[in-house]
Design a protein around this ligand. Structure first.
Ligand code: PMP
Length: 389
């Protein structure tokens, strides 16, 4: 008996770059004091007002099958939210609710790629991207973004890789770099998509976490609403990672096919979870500001600390819960630096190499420890780098 090629090749290759993360988790479980700055999970739980709304909805009986496209009131709310934030006319018919952003990413690629097609993504990348593209049986083709360009993608590089491609996946604010794409970058990306007739899949799950600059959705650019699928999620904005609720926003025709896909895959998202998401969105900005505030604060803290030395430099970034640090002056790879830091100080960060080739010589720091521990961990990281340089 043989498994499908698509499934058994979802993540080919040996070490997926997450070995160090697993090692840190193992050592922590064995009782070692490890400070973890690894994954994108808040250090606070979902706000209790959201949990109360979830509880109320469940007790009120919203525990049966929910409408597959999503509860109408939530689809309307998401549509209004996007319209208010971007100015692009959006109705519930442009929205399908998904079990988190990840399921949205998978479905969006399934909507536009057939087996054998080419889907483009940018390196460095969020860990699941290549596997998500391959899930459609497509070839996942990486395009490197370079530290010399502050990891902003360059139109010429995308154009050079676009031959035969049907889709391009972008993510701003970016995981792993924290980079927020400029208007100039997004206009150039949009131009390539229009010229080469490519679908744009825009992962905007960090859109509420902007510390510098502004979040621009490429769906707002001329001629892009009809070729852009926006991926959104409650995970990062409202610390609801475990609730698994997100959405895809796009042209009505694509959304109608995605609803059909949902009927044949997820069969929707639990009603009480959707009611909780609706409650959270209806609360307005205070909840998402409260969730984002620690990252803004720690980012300021990090900027101050980094400015006091000259070995490690911060990639110019302005959003999300991550800092990408350039460690090349230590002479070590990101992997070796991260391993030595873990061994010497019990501090775990992610090697840049875990996110592709383009971030070699860097490490990603997730700002997901409370302030004092975060400051201590980062200070130790910086002094350790100085001893190596
Ligand atoms: N996109 C990016 C860039 C992410 O970092 C994540 C989660 N870490 C996701 C999508 C998926 O998030 P979720 O499925 O929880 O919405």
């Amino acid at each position: 008996m043989q498994l499908s090629y698509t499934l058994s090749n979802l993540t080919p290759g040996g070490d997926d770059g997450w070995g160090l993360f697993y090692e840190a988790r193992r050592r922590k479980a064995a009782g070692e004091a490890i400070l973890e700055l690894t994954i994108g999970e808040h250090d606070i739980p979902t706000h209790e007002t959201i949990l109360n709304a979830m509880h109320r909805a469940a007790l009120a009986g919203h525990t049966g099958y929910a409408a597959v496209p999503g509860v109408e009131a939530l689809r309307q709310k998401v549509a209004r939210r996007l319209e208010e934030r971007t100015g692009v006319a959006t109705g519930p018919e442009n929205v399908v609710i998904t079990p988190g952003g990840q399921a949205g990413l998978f479905a969006a690629h399934k909507a536009v790629l057939d087996a054998g097609d080419v889907g483009l993504y940018l390196d460095p990348f969020y860990a699941t991207y290549p596997g998500t593209l391959r899930g459609s049986g497509a070839e996942a083709r990486a395009i490197a973004c370079h530290p010399e360009h502050g990891f902003q993608p360059q139109a010429a590089d995308i154009r050079a890789a676009a031959q035969g491609a049907k889709s391009l996946l972008i993510n701003t604010p970016n995981n792993p770099t924290g980079v927020v794409y400029t208007r100039e970058t997004l206009e150039a990306v949009a131009q390539v998509c229009r010229d080469e007739d490519i679908w744009l899949i825009s992962d905007e799950v960090y859109d509420t976490q902007i510390w510098e600059g502004e979040h621009i959705s490429p769906r707002t650019l001329p001629g892009m609403a009809e070729r852009t699928l926006v991926i959104g999620s409650m995970s990062k904005s409202h610390a609801m990672t475990g609730s698994r609720v997100g959405w895809i926003v796009g042209p009505e025709e694509v959304i109608s096919h995605l609803i059909n896909l949902a009927t044949h895959t997820t069969y929707g998202v639990p009603g009480y979870i959707q009611d909780a998401a609706l409650f959270a969105l209806n609360e307005g900005p205070w909840l998402e500001d409260e969730v984002g505030a620690p990252f803004r604060r720690r980012r300021d803290m990090a900027e101050r600390l980094i400015a006091q030395q000259n070995v490690v430099s911060l990639v110019p970034s302005g959003g999300a819960m991550y800092l990408m640090l350039d460690m090349r002056a230590t002479g070590l790879s990101g992997q070796d630096f991260a391993q030595q830091l873990l061994d010497a100080h019990g501090i775990a960060v992610m090697p840049g190499e875990s996110f592709g080739r383009a971030a070699a010589g860097h490490v990603r720091v997730a700002m997901t420890l409370e302030d004092t521990a975060f400051e201590e961990a980062l200070s130790k990281l910086l002094s350790f780098a100085e001893t190596l340089a």
